[in-house]
Design a protein around this ligand. Sequence first.
Ligand code: UDP
Ligand code: MG
Length: 331
Amino acid sequence: MAERPPFLSVVIPIYNEEKTIPELTRRLGILQELLIANHSFKKDDLEVLFVNDGSKDDSCSALKKFCFRTNGYKLVNLSRNYGHQTAITAGIDMARGDAVVVMDGDLQDPPEFVSDLYTKLLEGYDVVYAKRKKRTGESWFKLLTAHVFYRILKKITRFDIPIDTGDFRIMSRRVTNVLCSMREQHRYIRGLISWIGFQQTGLEYEREERFEGVTKFSVGKMLKFALDGITSFSSAPLKLSSYLGFGTAFFGALYALYVIYLRIFTSETITGWSSMMIVVLILGGIQLLALGMIGEYLSRVNDESKNRPLYVIENVYQTSTKTSKPSKRKT
Ligand code: UDP
Ligand code: MG
């Protein structure tokens, strides 16, 4: 008989979190006990998948050691840093659970809360996303940009992407299967999951401060992520550029009429250097903006057309892994 899949898989992306790992594994132990107490789990009903996203510190060896000696814990080691969303994808692809949780590894998402998410899922939902009640320890810049971004995204997409949620969520096997079949390069996973549909709901939690260190998301990475979110689910920017084009053409035509009127019916000479400059600058700006927007979409089409794998796995480490290197061939 084939082995029964675990009830629950927890996917945790890790990038330079060596100082957090001991506390993370301790808190995951608490989660396991909670699941045993609340949901009559057995020890091997929980599977934890750490995805090491090319960490430059000792995260990988710490996790390796931990996974070698602890049943149910796996380390999926990627060949380099691919970014948060791709790391999550690698973990979800490998997860075998009937339900799959995605959770950050910096303890901003409290592991114990997974038990509440699971309880809610059993009520008959397909996705339960954790909704931030309060965010402590984030800069005002991050809070403001996140606030504005989520609201813009909600306005310009046709389906519901929940506001103020990250990737911390639980999903059923059938949602996971659909998500695994979506192989696009520029991934905005929370959007993809919303797109899948079924019954989805939120559960509020308090987002804690990072246990240690600083965010691994620079302003540049955040901007790219926001652009991925928008371009994946909306072509509003492209439409905006055509509206801008229509608008400027319309006002241009009005202005042309005015110029013709001055020329024919008045003796005013048109000195107009400043008005000329303004028109040139504004039009130039709008044209570049429109080209830029087209470029953003085009570069994504280009990336998709290459059809590359999303990530490369160096190895998977778990209790049964005997050797971390390929064995030498006898010649
Ligand atoms: N992370 C990752 N790859 C990256 C950046 C981050 O796997 O390139 C992991 C990181 O270790 C953490 C999670 O993704 O577990 C969220 O990252 P972070 O806490 O820096 O993001 P924030 O909470 O500030 O949005
Ligand atoms: Mg964080």
